[in-house]
Design a protein around this ligand. Structure first.
Ligand SMILES: [Zn+2]
Length: 351
């Protein structure tokens, strides 16, 4: 047994948390409570990587990290857990985040899931969690998470960031308004600015992720009395900060009043999403279908150079880069046209 293992045993296991345990209402009891909690982080980009970092360092017992994408150099200005080596290796974000956080806190359990969060996968990812944290980059996933969390009665913390501003609210099904109550119907695709058109400032993401994490920690510590019960809107450039009090309104909500889960119950079909800020499209079968990457690499090797590892296969063709995952998904980089992406997938992977 090494010295570091000895130091991680017994009461020393709590020593690292001493600065937060002396906070009012926290204590050893609160710390032990955190160690028994499980959190799902949906998305490990700008928001999710900061959130996972905060919760792992705070000592949350189990983190389930879900993300569909891999690390690129253009992520590094905002996505705090990743390095140039991760981008060069093209590691999936969930795996790179787990690798980093295991170095930070070996006392907790970290479970990476390289997966598209959609109607087929979301319930498996959140069932058993005490809390879900929003690190997603699009409204469809947020509204889906909202439905799934209301259905299963799991608290979650919403957060979004764009340009220099962002917003966040903690949502406790049955107690607070849900996302649909707060924001109304999901905005149709193309109707709102995205990080592709408006950009995103790293510190804005860091602040929203920090605010989300604090509300999340209150929920995990069973301190619901301390929740802000507000939609918090912050612009880090202008310094404006607004708290809009939230409460259940008189209007019936289709999600939390009628339990009508439109996105969760949607018909299955193909998976197509234009990825925010990436000039890339994700496509693939729904539900997921296992893809044998090694066998596919054998078939593609005559077309051009193929890179394959445990997590993905990558090759370039027709000016696009295709990255394929074992669940059958592909991220086609070099186009924002779903038709072109689907054609490439059909030609080189199969339909
Ligand atoms: Zn609602």
């Amino acid at each position: 047994m090494t010295a570091s293992q000895v130091r991680l045993d017994g009461l020393d296991r709590l020593e690292r948390y001493s600065r937060q345990m002396i906070l009012p209402g926290w204590g050893k009891e609160g710390q032990l409570r955190l160690s028994e909690k499980s959190v799902t982080v949906v998305g490990c980009g700008a928001l999710g990587s900061h959130i996972a970092n905060h919760l792992a360092r705070a000592g949350v017992g189990k983190l389930r990290l879900a993300d569909r994408d891999f690390v690129e150099y253009s992520n590094l200005p905002r996505q705090a857990l990743y390095s140039e080596a991760d981008a060069a290796a093209g590691l999936p974000k969930a795996v790179a985040a787990a690798n980093r956080l295991r170095q930070v806190n070996s006392l907790i359990e970290i479970e990476p899931h390289v997966v598209d969060v959609n109607a087929d996968t979301v319930e498996d990812l959140i069932i058993g969690a005490d809390l879900v944290m929003d690190g997603a980059d699009n409204f469809e996933v947020r509204y889906l998470v909202n439905e799934a969390c209301v259905k299963h009665g799991i608290p979650w913390v919403y957060g979004g960031v764009l340009g220099t501003y962002g917003l966040t609210a903690a949502i406790v099904p049955g107690e607070t308004p849900c996302l649909y109550c707060l924001l109304g119907q999901m905005p149709p695709p193309g109707s709102v600015p995205t990080c592709e058109t408006a950009g995103v400032l790293g510190p804005a993401a860091a602040i929203i992720a920090a605010l989300e994490s604090v509300e999340g920690l209150k929920l995990l510590l069973d301190r619901r009395d301390a929740l802000l019960k507000s939609l918090v809107v912050v612009d880090v450039w202008t310094g404006d900060l607004e708290r809009i009090q939230t409460q259940r309104g008189q209007t019936r909500c289709p999600v939390c009043d009628d339990r009508h889960f439109e996105l969760l119950d949607a018909e299955r079909g193909s998976l197509t999403a234009v990825l925010c800020g990436r000039h890339a499209v994700q496509i693939g079968p729904r539900p997921a279908q296992a893809l044998n990457l090694a066998a596919l690499a054998g078939r593609l090797k005559d077309i051009g150079p193929v890179v394959v590892n445990d997590y993905l296969l990558r090759f370039e063709v027709d000016g696009c880069q295709l990255t394929l995952f074992p669940d059958g998904r592909a991220i086609v980089k070099g186009t924002a046209d779903p038709v072109q992406a689907r054609a490439l997938y059909a030609r080189y992977v199969g339909t």
